[in-house]
Design a protein around this ligand. Structure first.
Ligand code: C5P
Length: 234
């Protein structure tokens, strides 16, 4: 039965390493992957295309409810998922800082979150799901088999984002990034609905000073304590 599929939720602020960790774990487990931030980001792009302000709840609602969104599996194991919105490839635009900021503005609106809820739950299919977001363990999949909350200092997260953007050929100031990250964190943490907080039963891992392999090891340990073995790639 679909609802019985196990879910691993990975929540935390931007730049905490969730995206990379979730992609690798989903690959190793052979489970599906939900990048819920991409759904909020796509909603922000859809609103922008229609000239709708990211704070305009009543106008955003029908857009969020009827998002024509499709995720295409990457061509290679290390590749990025391709995101199609209204039949257009929006993958590059989706990753821009500005899109993330717009997404975090519309994400404070309860009705918008509600409109996107079922779309996220629909990703839960056998053999299992790795769900990356802010409220995966608290709201979307409260019955998840294992819950992790990844954190890292704002400075470390800004450094990581800066490096990531540089690798994508995007230049930007570290100071400006740090400020954006701090503002986005505050918005995500202080909103009234589904704020960014660890679920009561989440294991909190501070990834400051840890590399990807070290974080993955901790997650493998957690999953194996819960009875799920994560095969290690050769
Ligand atoms: O994770 P990502 O940076 O792609 O998310 C963009 C924004 O979407 C976040 O800053 C947050 O405001 C919102 N979001 C959310 N709930 C989620 C995922 C993302 O509110 N589950």
């Amino acid at each position: 039965m679909t609802t019985a599929s196990p879910v691993l939720t990975v929540d935390g602020p931007g730049g905490s390493g969730k995206g990379t960790i979730c992609r690798l774990l989903a690959r190793d487990l052979g489970w599906h992957l939900l990048d819920s931030g991409a759904i909020y980001r796509a909603a922000a792009i859809a609103a922008d295309r229609r000239g709708i302000d990211a704070d305009d709840g009543p106008a955003l609602l029908p857009v969020a409810a009827r998002l024509d969104l499709r995720f295409e599996a990457p061509a290679t194991a290390d590749g990025d998922v391709v995101v199609w919105l209204d039949g257009e490839d929006v993958t590059a635009e989706l990753r821009q800082e500005q899109t993330g900021n717009q997404a975090s503005r519309l994400a404070v609106i309860p009705a918008v979150r509600q409109a996107l809820l079922q779309r996220q739950r629909d990703f839960r299919e056998p053999p299992g799901l790795v769900a990356d977001g802010r409220d995966m363990g608290t709201v979307v999949f409260p019955d998840a088999a294992a819950k992790v909350f990844l954190t890292a200092s704002a400075e470390e997260r800004a450094r990581r984002r800066h490096k990531q953007l540089k690798e994508q050929g995007v230049s930007g100031s570290l100071t400006a990034l740090l400020q954006e990250i701090t503002e986005r964190d505050a918005r995500d943490r202080e909103r009234s609905v589904a704020p960014l907080v660890p679920a009561d039963d989440a294991v909190v891992i501070d990834t400051t000073g840890l590399n990807v392999d070290q974080v993955l090891d901790r997650m493998r340990e957690l999953l194996s304590r819960k009875g799920y073995r994560v095969p290690t790639p050769d």
